[in-house]
Design a protein around this ligand. Structure first.
Ligand SMILES: C[S@@+](CC[C@H](N)C(=O)[O-])C[C@H]1O[C@@H](n2cnc3c(N)ncnc32)[C@H](O)[C@@H]1O
Ligand code: SF4
Ligand code: SF4
Length: 514
């Protein structure tokens, strides 16, 4: 259910009678001496760190006090000279919190059931202490790989899928303990990756435990959902709401016929199984999204695929462009310019004909970024937009680098693989270079704060000797805030200790990614 939230200072003005409240789509959390404002949603972890003053002020916004009332309390608590000064201060706090988010909204009765009550005392901390803390003292989320195996063998799959013998899989009991610890550490959302989360024999027991622990997650699968499995998923609560959400099941089917869907899934009969899975889920009222990874093999069938899904009653559909995989990449799976134009046209047509469908496009809305080497040496694989000017392109690269997404690995999350080995990203090879711990007999917290993990996520400057990072004034900020993609550095240049191709300081633009 989508809640209607009016963002203060953006959608509506802040007045004396506004009732500021932290939106149900955000959480204020204590993490060590930090206060964090975290997005609460199925997939992404997005958070910002707040000063103690800001954190303590926001913690009062639980939807019970008007702006004026709140300012009176703040005036008293901070010993401010006038109510006007307090109003100025609280306005600044709201505007700062909403600058890059939509976290502080105006209270409405409909929001009441979804508002989290907070204890403001929990957010009081001394100024000096929080500055000493360099990173979250506990992860904000986890990426869980219950299995590295699948029923399919998708042509485009980015996952390493290291074989783990059954005898070495983390036992059910240990997975449950990990989930309990995650809950006790204040986590409310996890991501599931793999392999296929439903492949394990006890997968439904683990999913049931996640539901018992009130975790929000998205279940992406290509396993066959028989009637029996669909029934079990209903029984364990997959169709029940968790706060304002119903957990989503994402099922992939990459085309409207056997020829395309079976080929891309690398599994004869996949199309027939996927159609039946979709029916079994829809009949039972699941929150279902059907997804396709688009490659030149299915790019001409997207409209028919959407038309077919619409006919079956599917209302949420995603199409995502193929991205390079480091484990089984095939250049022929990259979309070319004509494919992209065709996909855009087919999606536009589908949007016009099926307006009730929520159609998401990922990596397809615009042409992918052009890199300087593509222009200066336009020989390799075709790259769209080769006619741009080099200077403009370099400026674009710098701008994109400055706006890059935060890397969550070791900063807010870590990935637990099926035998308990911990890595920082689900696309890296699962081998000794990338293992940073093991939860078989260590707690989440022990691994999170271990020397091995810290050395990997925040390597000392000496490790970068010989690379542009060694002399870079941004190294500390690059590591502590945004992060840099160590996976891309490794695959392009053979080392994790250097700038990735997206950094303007990288030795060259590296391989084509999308
Ligand atoms: C690695 S899978 C793991 C979950 C599950 N096995 C599944 O396929 O849904 C997660 C998602 O990534 C998508 N995916 C895998 N490889 C991809 C690639 N090279 N480019 C874009 N999406 C990819 C899959 O289609 C799936 O939706
Ligand atoms: S995309 Fe998912 S189902 Fe397909 S091989 Fe990869 S992990 Fe398995
Ligand atoms: S990745 Fe780029 S910005 Fe970051 S430290 Fe290295 S050279 Fe500097």
């Amino acid at each position: 259910m989508q809640l209607d939230c009016s963002v203060l200072g953006k959608d509506i003005e802040i007045t004396d009678t506004s009732i500021p409240v932290i939106s149900p789509y955000w959480r204020l959390k204590r993490n060590g001496d930090w206060t964090l404002l975290c997005r609460y949603e199925h997939e992404q972890i997005n958070y910002s760190m707040l000063s103690p003053l800001m954190g303590a002020t926001l913690s009062l916004m639980d939807g019970r006090m008007t702006f004026r009332h709140l300012c009176l309390i703040v005036q008293y608590a901070h010993d401010l000279e006038s109510l006007e000064k307090a109003m100025e201060f609280v306005t600044k706090v709201i505007m700062a919190a909403n600058k890059e988010s939509d976290a502080i909204v105006d209270m409405k009765p409909e929001l009441e059931p979804y508002i989290k009550k907070m204890d403001p005392l929990e957010f009081v901390t001394t100024t000096s202490k929080w500055k000493q803390q360099k990173r979250p003292t506990a992860p904000i989320s986890l990426n869980l790989m219950f299995s590295n195996e699948c029923e399919t063998n998708c042509a485009y799959c980015y996952a390493h899928r290291r074989y783990v013998p059954e005898s070495q899989l983390l036992p059910t009991k240990r997975w449950k303990e990990i989930l309990w610890e995650a809950k006790a550490l204040g986590m409310e959302q996890v991501t599931l990756s793999g392999g296929d989360p439903l492949f394990r024999k006890d997968a439904l027991t683990l999913i049931a435990e996640l539901i018992n622990q009130e975790m929000l997650f998205l279940l992406s699968t290509k396993c066959y959902i028989t009637e029996e499995i669909a029934e079990r998923l209903v029984e364990i609560g997959m169709t029940k709401p968790i706060n304002q959400y119903v957990r989503e099941i994402q099922l992939s089917m990459d085309g409207p016929d056997e020829n395309t869907a079976d080929k891309l899934a690398g599994s004869p009969g996949y199309y027939t199984r996927a159609v039946q899975s979709i029916r079994n889920l829809l009949e039972r009222g699941f929150n279902l999204r059907v997804k396709a990874v688009v490659t030149p093999l299915n790019s001409q069938h997207i409209y028919h695929w959407i038309q077919q899904l619409a006919g079956m009653g599917v209302t949420q559909i995603s199409v995502a462009a193929y991205n390079r995989t480091y484990h089984r990449h095939n250049d022929n799976l990259f979309l070319n310019q004509k494919d992209r134009i065709s996909i855009a046209e087919q999606c536009e047509r589908a949007r016009a004909e099926f307006p009730a469908i929520d159609l998401r496009m990922t990596g397809l809305e615009k042409m992918p970024a052009v890199t300087t080497s593509a222009i200066m040496n336009p020989t390799g694989t075709e790259r769209p937009g080769d006619d741009k000017e080099p200077d403009k392109d370099l400026n674009d690269k710098i701008r994109r680098w400055n706006e890059r997404a935060q890397c969550s690995g070791g900063r807010s999350s870590m990935t637990i693989t099926p035998d308990g080995k911990v890595v920082l990203c689900d696309t890296v090879p699962q081998d000794e270079t990338f293992f940073v711990g093991d939860v078989t007999n260590k707690s989440i917290l022990e691994v999170w704060n271990s020397e091995s993990l810290l050395n990997f996520a925040y390597p000392p400057r000496e490790k970068f000797k010989g690379s542009a990072c060694y002399d870079c004034k941004d190294l500390e900020e690059c590591q502590s805030k945004a992060g840099y993609c160590f996976r891309d550095s490794y695959f392009n240049y053979g080392t994790v200790f250097g700038p990735p191709p997206k950094c303007p300081m990288a030795q060259n633009d590296g391989m084509r990614m999308e």
